[in-house]
Design a binder for this molecule. Structure first.
Ligand SMILES: Nc1ncnc2c1ncn2[C@@H]1O[C@H](COP(=O)(O)OP(=O)(O)O)[C@@H](O)[C@H]1O
Ligand SMILES: O=P(O)(O)O[C@H]1O[C@H](CO)[C@@H](O[C@H]2O[C@H](CO)[C@@H](O)[C@H](O)[C@H]2O)[C@H](O)[C@H]1O
Length: 448
């Protein structure tokens, strides 16, 4: 089907305002010069008896479902980024159907309403390839957009598109025969080709309604009189170890050599400068970052590089009756795809989890048990005990204790805390104090 006639230039213009307002849009710090629609993929076979934002199928006029593959162009001349926006196009929309203030409305162009298809179960049914009666957003702080479909499945729509299979799908497929018990069951994917190149539009997993995520579980533990998360942290460590072992079986590995250590130091330095450009106060950590990079040159003993999760934190874990399951293998959203699909040290994932325990503990210091010596000391103790339990669990599963490589671990802890400082300053400035305080603790005694 060809996409419906539309004032495409006007839609591109509207998208320039709409795109930066979306929670999932990561380039909020970069000046957007314009948005172009590079490709359209009509995913409804014909205009379909449709709806509109929040309306039921069959109401109103025929609607076309189209995935807009859009390019964000930046005024600083840096490379464009590609984003996916599935939309419903409702021609000759009546004023009642157009609802200009509906959050799902993207544009109203000469009587044609363009709205987010995620608000329209009927259209989503065409995307998933089976009829859908209900959708609702998964209420999580998200990089992408996930919908609970018919209360049975989660449809995760990848917002930023990259050529090739998305690493989330790639890794989950690889883990299926090796570690299926440790991830929510994979139920399908929406993939397609544009000009002979493969793209992953969305991933479908079975919805686990009884699950509690690890962040909520840690905060709940912190709110109890004798806050203890060690059994959960140990189980997460064991599962992380098993998943790492499975990924090392499924994908090529190599050994960290001098060139790899130099690349790691360069990565940490770049991370530092990028974060410092956003948060000038990070200038006081320059010496600590320099020392961490210097120390990397002395790392000895074989270290395996392999595919890893890449964006591990408490919110990626789901506690289910069968244990802790891990989600979201997409890697760190802001990194280029070739970085995310390259082998890395498992210490990156391990450090990310250690940071996350610390993050939870310092999220609301004072809400947990003060135990006589003040809430900050109690927070630090909670984090330390959870971290050691996680490392013990990991060591039990792999026979390889990450504590034997303190220099690698420290470099990755600094890297992650710098990433968090930049991430929070961009997306959730009210939380930026958490990683900034963590950086102060990490670099204590190593500041000018
Ligand atoms: N199959 C599932 N069932 C229940 N909750 C899920 C499922 N998959 C993911 N979640 C929850 O949704 C959150 C967001 O999913 P995730 O894959 O991390 O998306 P994003 O990359 O956009 O953050 C997860 O942290 C987890 O808490
Ligand atoms: O959306 P993603 O899950 O891909 O990850 C991004 O958002 C995370 C927050 O939702 C962010 O994690 C940071 O905050 C967590 C608490 O909300 C904390 O547990 C993590 O340790 C901390 O890094 C993650 O960094 C970001 O990539």
């Amino acid at each position: 089907m060809t996409p419906p006639a539309l004032a495409w230039g006007s839609l591109e213009h509207a998208l320039k305002t709409w795109l930066p307002r979306q929670r999932w849009y990561p380039a909020k710090n970069r000046p957007l010069s314009h948005v172009s629609i590079a490709h359209t993929w009509p995913f409804t076979p014909t205009p379909t008896p449709g709806s509109g934002p929040g309306r039921r199928a069959g109401e109103g006029r025929a609607v076309a479902g189209v995935v807009l593959v859009t390019r964000a162009h930046f005024a600083d001349g840096r490379p464009t980024e590609t984003y996916q926006i599935p939309v419903g196009i409702h021609p000759a929309a009546t004023p009642a159907a157009s609802r200009p203030h509906d959050p799902a409305t993207i544009a109203h162009l000469d009587g044609t309403l363009v709205y987010e298809a995620t608000a329209d179960p009927h259209l989503i049914g065409h995307l998933t390839g089976r009829p859908v009666a209900t959708t609702r957003p998964l209420n999580a702080e998200q990089t992408n957009t996930s919908l609970i479909v018919d209360e049975t499945h989660v449809l995760k729509i990848f917002r930023r598109l990259h050529t090739g299979t998305n690493p989330d799908l790639e890794l989950q497929r690889a883990l299926r025969p090796l570690a299926a018990d440790h991830t929510p069951p994979l139920a399908g994917a929406v993939e397609g080709d544009i000009d002979g190149r493969r793209f992953t539009y969305a991933l479908i997993t079975r919805y686990l309604p009884a699950a509690t995520d690890g962040w909520q579980a840690a905060l709940a533990a912190l709110a109890t009189p004798h806050a203890d998360f060690t059994a959960d942290a140990h189980a997460m460590g064991t599962t992380t170890g098993r998943i790492h072992t499975a990924l090392a079986t499924a994908f090529p590995t190599r050994t960290l050599d001098t060139a790899g250590l130099t690349a790691l130091a360069a990565h940490l330095t770049r991370r530092y400068h990028a974060a410092r450009a956003l948060v000038p106060a990070l200038a006081r950590h320059e010496r600590a970052v320099y020392h961490a990079c210097q120390a990397l040159t002395h790392v000895s003993g074989p270290v395996r590089l392999q595919r890893i999760h890449g964006d591990l934190h408490l919110g990626q874990w789901l506690r289910c009756p069968q244990g802790w399951l891990l989600t979201d293998f997409e890697g760190e959203p802001a990194q280029p795809i070739d970085h995310r699909t390259r082998p890395h040290s498992t210490h990156a994932d391990i450090a990310a989890m250690l940071r996350s325990f610390d993050y939870a503990a310092h999220h609301t210091p004072g809400s947990g048990p003060a135990a006589g010596d003040g809430p900050r000391a109690a927070a630090a103790r909670f984090a330390e005990r959870a971290q050691q339990a996680f490392l013990d669990g990991y060591t039990t599963a792999t026979g390889d204790d990450p504590r034997h490589h303190p220099v690698l671990l420290r470099a990755h802890l600094l890297d992650k805390a710098l990433y968090e400082a930049a991430y929070e300053t961009t997306h959730r400035p009210q939380r930026a104090a958490i990683p900034l305080a963590a950086l102060d603790r990490l670099t204590e005694g190593d500041t000018p």
